[in-house]
Write a protein that binds this ligand. Structure first.
Ligand code: DAH
Length: 336
């Protein structure tokens, strides 16, 4: 009995684990659990045992039966995800329940960010994904050959002066050269950079750009608007800070950080020990940009900002790898 039981136990466990088809699995179920299957035969043989040994073996055999039933059931669920061409389709089977996969969080965050600015009086402007070198760089005060262009690993289109825009900032120029100030709009859209794909880089991503220009707009307005945005976008008590930075199209330039929501500023692995996490770039529009657009910098001032939407979504939902956004895995999307 002992020997026979052990043999069935190890053999059935291995075979069930290793099956690669639903049909084969059903054959194993019949072989071990069927009416004339190995375990029922073993139960029948118990009659030959000593009376006090019978309940011990009865328990063991029934436990193995239950275990096999469970593993076969879960293995069947795993395998039924695969398509097996059995040649007979049964139209009377109930359909698989439709589960809504949820929205891609990048799109939800893009809309949420846009809604916050729209509620503060910003309009929405769009520009083309394929840009000229002039709008993407020159008009934004990146002179030809200037090292600041290296910050953007650009996809150039062979044989033309066109490229895939590396940021949404060229929309500032397109709007300003077409109509007179004042301006107050955001420009959401896709951007492209020649990055190697990893947890924090993708060749295509989304940004929201913003521009506010009027008479007497100061850095205080920039701080007020962006602070308000951060408080509305991130739940809980949001603490912000501004650090000096450099962008060719703003002067002065700054980066805005929020206090790390994981460690509350103490320093942890999420914020690389800094206590703060960068969320966007901003600054006062450089007079040189105004000149390129025919706007008089002595009469008009303003601020601009730009943020990466994937980054905002990662921070909001605690997602550690950018690639999840574009793999379309149900288990990921169903969470949103
Ligand atoms: N265009 C910048 C980038 O992609 C982001 C940015 C920074 C936009 C500062 C702005 C700004 O409008 O003022 O790196």
């Amino acid at each position: 009995m002992e020997q026979e039981f052990r043999k069935i136990e190890t053999e059935s466990r291995t075979l069930v684990r290793e099956t690669s088809g639903v049909k084969e699995l059903e054959e194993l179920r019949v072989k071990y659990l069927g009416r004339k299957g190995a375990l029922n035969l073993l139960l029948k043989k118990m009659g030959a045992l000593d009376p006090d040994e019978r309940p011990v073996w009865g328990k063991k055999i029934n436990a193995l039966k239950r275990e096999l039933e469970d593993t076969i059931r879960s293995r069947r669920e795993e395998l039924s995800g695969q398509t097996e061409d059995t040649g007979n389709f049964d139209p009377t089977l109930p359909p698989e329940l439709f589960r809504h996969p949820g929205r891609n969080p990048v799109i939800s965050v893009l809309e949420e960010v846009s809604d916050i600015f729209v509620s503060m009086g910003f309009g929405i402007a769009y520009g083309p994904d394929i840009e000229t070198d002039y709008y993407n760089f020159t008009a934004l005060n990146f002179p030809e050959g200037h090292p600041a262009r290296d910050m953007h690993d650009t996809f150039y289109i062979k044989g033309s002066d066109r490229l895939l825009r590396t940021h949404t900032s060229p929309v500032q120029v397109r709007v300003m050269e077409k109509q007179p100030p004042p301006y107050q709009f955001i420009a959401p859209g896709k951007c492209y950079r020649r990055d190697t794909i990893d947890a924090s880089h993708l060749p295509s991503f989304h940004q929201v750009e913003g521009l506010m220009v009027d008479k007497d707009i100061s850095f205080a307005h920039l701080k007020g608007v962006l602070d308000e945005f951060a408080r509305r976008f991130f739940p809980g008590e949001t603490v912000t800070r501004f650090r000096p930075s450099f962008f060719p199209f703003t002067e002065p330039s700054a980066e805005m950080d929020i206090r790390c929501t994981i460690c509350s500023g103490g320093g942890c692995s999420s914020c690389s020990g800094k206590g703060f996490i960068e969320i966007l770039g901003a600054g006062m529009v450089d007079p040189e940009v105004f000149r390129h657009c025919g706007v008089d910098p002595d009469k008009w001032q303003g601020f601009a900002f730009g943020m990466g939407i994937e980054r905002m979504a990662m921070l909001k939902y605690g997602i550690s790898d950018l690639r999840y956004f574009f793999q379309n895995h149900r288990s990921f999307l169903e969470q949103f």
